[in-house]
Design a protein around this ligand. Structure first.
Ligand SMILES: Cc1cc2nc3c(=O)[nH]c(=O)nc-3n(C[C@H](O)[C@H](O)[C@H](O)COP(=O)(O)O)c2cc1C
Length: 305
């Protein structure tokens, strides 16, 4: 089966990427798998200033996935530009790079996008809008239409590169948020970010995570992610990157059937850093089993209307 995808006007050699926050800046996984054989990767979120992140414990496993509250720990814009982007530019020839951008205000998102825009080594941006706007009392950009629109418009004004908006599934109408993001200038959508969650240590009775509440990812969120992609697909006509709970080629196919053009692997890479390679091999085998010639035959092919 032909696995290449043409998205945002460029060729992706295959549709499997690594998800933001689970592959660092690429460098961390170099040697563990052939990064340049993947469709691409999404960097850890970049904010204007370096951030230490939240107190330990930052991640906890449970049977069906993971609960994390990293707190956007990252090296900050200057070091990302000086050290991480040049490494990506030198190391990756074929895999595409999206830079995940986060901020505490519309201006912070704009600052990161504007500062990186003249650099090489990446294709475009993925806006992580699941962040609180401190200037608006901490309301999440992803949960209020006016906030989402403002941040996407501002980023759009700062770049002509592909602009992908990563939406939170924790909203009453994901299709509506998809329309708002696209109306404000998004070229594509990533669905989904994590769900809010909480677990206690049943002996100490304190939350297991240092920050208390965290985001749920991994196998548990697969059907919710597939649902979110399917909902968005019915309302907007831009490429969708499906992410959430993918551990196998069969899980990835779920996202293609719902309408995703590309998929991302997150939590499953922690269990095995080579999961993305396994998913790729599995997709080829799935294609053979089903007599498919092209991965594009699967996109949006899930029956139900
Ligand atoms: C430890 C960890 C860190 C993450 N950091 C980010 C981040 O910096 N930016 C972002 O947009 N998403 C981040 N995510 C969300 C993932 O990219 C992904 O959307 C989510 O985990 C669902 O996919 P999965 O079930 O395959 O992990 C993070 C997830 C985890 C588990």
């Amino acid at each position: 089966m032909q696995l290449g995808q043409e998205v945002f006007g460029v060729a992706f050699q295959n549709p499997v990427l690594l998800a933001s926050g689970t592959c660092g800046y690429g460098q961390e996984l170099d040697g563990l798998l052939d990064l340049d054989a993947l469709g691409g990767l999404v960097t850890k979120a970049v904010t204007p200033e370096p951030r230490d992140g939240n107190p330990a414990l930052r991640a906890a496993e449970f049977e069906a996935g993971m609960l994390n509250s990293i707190g956007l720990a990252n090296v900050g814009l200057d070091r990302f530009r000086a050290e991480k982007l040049p490494w990506l530019a030198a190391r990756l020839r074929r895999a595409r790079v999206l830079v995940n951008v986060a901020g505490r205000s519309v201006e912070e998102y704009m600052r990161v996008v504007a500062a990186l825009d003249g650099e090489t080594g990446f294709l475009g941006y993925e806006l992580n809008v699941s962040c609180p706007n401190v200037k608006e009392g901490g309301v999440l950009f992803s949960t209020r239409a006016d906030q989402l629109e403002a941040v996407v418009r501002a980023a759009r004004a700062a770049t002509k590169r592909p602009l992908v908006v990563k939406l939170s599934p924790h909203v009453p109408d994901i299709g509506r948020m998809a329309e708002i993001a696209v109306g404000a200038g998004a070229d594509g959508l990533t669905l989904i970010n994590t769900f809010p969650g909480l677990l206690f240590d049943i002996d100490s009775r304190a939350p297991v995570l240092g920050a208390g509440i965290g985001g749920v990812s991994g196998a548990a969120v697969l059907p919710m992610g597939v649902y979110a992609v399917w909902q968005a697909r019915r309302r907007v006509d831009v490429p969708i990157l499906g992410v959430g709970g993918i551990r196998s080629a069969e899980d990835a196919v779920q996202y293609f059937l719902a309408g995703a053009s590309l998929v991302q692997i997150g939590t499953a890479s922690f269990a095995n850093p080579r999961t993305a390679e396994r998913v790729l091999k599995g997709l080829a085998a799935y294609g053979r089993r089903h007599g498919l010639e092209d991965i594009r035959e699967l996109v949006g092919a899930g029956g139900m209307d």
